[in-house]
Design a binder for this molecule. Structure first.
Ligand code: GLY
Ligand code: MN
Ligand code: MN
Length: 442
């Protein structure tokens, strides 16, 4: 299911209007992502910066934009002019006309001439009291922007004003991106469906003796064949003890019948990504120990999912995951003591070292504040927020767990949309009950 224009020009225009209303009195300058070199003259596949794409819809590097709320033409886009030779080698470019007609830029200017950009920034700055610009991404851009501020201040004459306060546009954009519109939810649901199908197919396809990368390749094939643009993040295909490495990337181990495998992989559809983790036995059935650990994590995961509704917080959900997993660690004879004292001393941490969820959207760890007013005040969930619930238990070879549990790592991750009345699990199509998984493996 690949709709023609999932995020319409109208919706992107609405985003710009909202963004402009939030930065009143200021001016925003955003740069496109660079086209990164992989080695020598080979580039990585291009992926636009999420904020830049969210506002502009432009997928070309060497671009920038200025948002000036005080101008009658507030949206200026700087793009590379069309170049026949470049188009011959790299494909069709949008050009200045395309930037106006296809993306709705009020003004389109060439990004080739740095003077044009510099003068436009200086002019906009002189009317503004703040600059919205993300410092720290590219030191050369930072230097350029600082220099332009100094030039703009000088141009104002003897006003006595200091340089402009710099605000991170990600703060405003993070808040906007946190509450998903219906078309964004559609994109996320498509990404979730593609991902769910790929995970289910991987459960069927996996055989003892295969290498992890064979499953990685199968997942990628399923994603692309179903219309996903790319991966949302590097796929983790971790068998046996590799599952205890949280960001395992090698995916090069040969799997045996005795292994449990953990797959954490998500497809990106129209710049929105899913994020699913499932575990299943490489043989037909879970071993008794694998099943025990799996059931413990599943219990925590299902209870946490059931909690998701408006007014709840991610902190409450995490605390509940910690409580259930600590109880389960006692049952599994990994920990001894009262649950309260084990939680207080964070005795569970060697076995559950990560959080229970994160915002999800254009970035797998999406933008958006996690707190209200103070850092310790966790934010209340609201309809339109999308996040993951992903508890896990990991018993590495060097852990203090009983020998029979060593080498088992389990995480179960679903993507949750908060609705007016409760929640919807966007990734419910991929099985997670032991019986369902064993029947697929059989
Ligand atoms: N796949 C990254 C995460 O689960 O946070
Ligand atoms: Mn996640
Ligand atoms: Mn994940």
């Amino acid at each position: 299911m690949k709709s023609k224009e999932p995020i319409s020009l109208k919706e992107r225009h609405q985003r710009r209007t909202t963004f402009l209303s939030h930065i009143k009195g200021g001016v925003a300058v955003l740069f496109s992502a660079p086209h990164l070199i992989r080695n020598n003259d080979v580039h990585h596949a291009y992926r636009q910066d999420s904020n830049f794409f969210y506002l502009t819809g432009l997928e070309e590097p060497e671009s920038a934009c200025i948002f000036d709320p005080q101008s009658k033409k507030p949206f200026t886009l700087f793009v590379e002019p069309r170049d026949k030779v470049k188009e011959l080698w790299e494909g069709r470019m949008l050009g200045l006309e395309g930037a106006r007609e296809k993306l709705g830029a009020d003004t389109a200017l060439s990004s080739k001439d740095s003077n044009v950009f510099d003068e436009a920034v200086i002019e906009a700055l002189q009317k503004a009291d703040r600059l919205y610009y993300r410092v720290g991404v590219n030191p050369l851009q930072d230097q350029r922007m600082f220099f332009l501020m100094a030039r703009a201040a000088k141009k104002l004459g003897r006003t006595g004003r200091s340089l402009w306060t710099i605000c991170d546009p990600s703060e405003v954009l993070g808040e906007m991106r946190l509450i998903k519109t219906s078309s964004e939810i559609t994109c996320l649901q498509v990404a979730a469906n593609i991902t769910a199908q790929a995970h289910t197919e991987a459960m069927r396809y996996c055989k003892p003796g295969m290498y992890e990368f064979e499953l990685e390749a199968a997942l990628f094939h399923s994603f692309r064949a179903a219309g996903a643009g790319r991966l949302g993040y590097g796929s983790i295909v971790a068998s046996g003890e590799n599952a205890c490495v949280l960001h395992y990337v090698n995916n090069d181990r040969k799997m045996t019948e005795k292994d449990l495998i953990l797959i954490d992989a998500g497809a990106e559809f129209e710049y929105y990504t899913a994020d699913i983790t499932r575990c299943f036995p490489v043989g037909n059935r879970f071993s008794p120990e694998q099943r025990e650990v799996y059931q413990s994590v599943l219990l925590a995961q299902k209870e946490c999912v059931a909690m998701a509704r408006p007014g709840r917080t991610l902190k409450e959900i995490h605390s509940h995951a910690v409580e259930v997993l600590t109880e389960e660690l006692k049952r599994l004879k990994v920990l001894k003591g009262t649950t309260a004292s084990l939680i207080k001393s964070e005795a569970y941490r060697p076995y559950y070292p990560h959080g229970t969820g994160h915002w999800l959207g254009m970035d797998v760890h999406d933008l958006g504040r996690y707190y209200e007013e103070t850092y310790s005040n966790s934010r209340k969930l609201k309809a339109g927020m999308v996040f993951t619930i992903e508890p896990g238990l990991y018993f590495g070879a060097d852990s203090k767990a009983p020998a029979k549990l060593k080498g088992i790592g389990v995480r179960i991750e679903d993507d949750i949309l908060i609705t007016e009345k409760g929640h919807q699990v966007l990734t419910s199509a991929v099985p997670k009950e032991v019986e369902e998984i064993e029947s697929l493996r059989g």
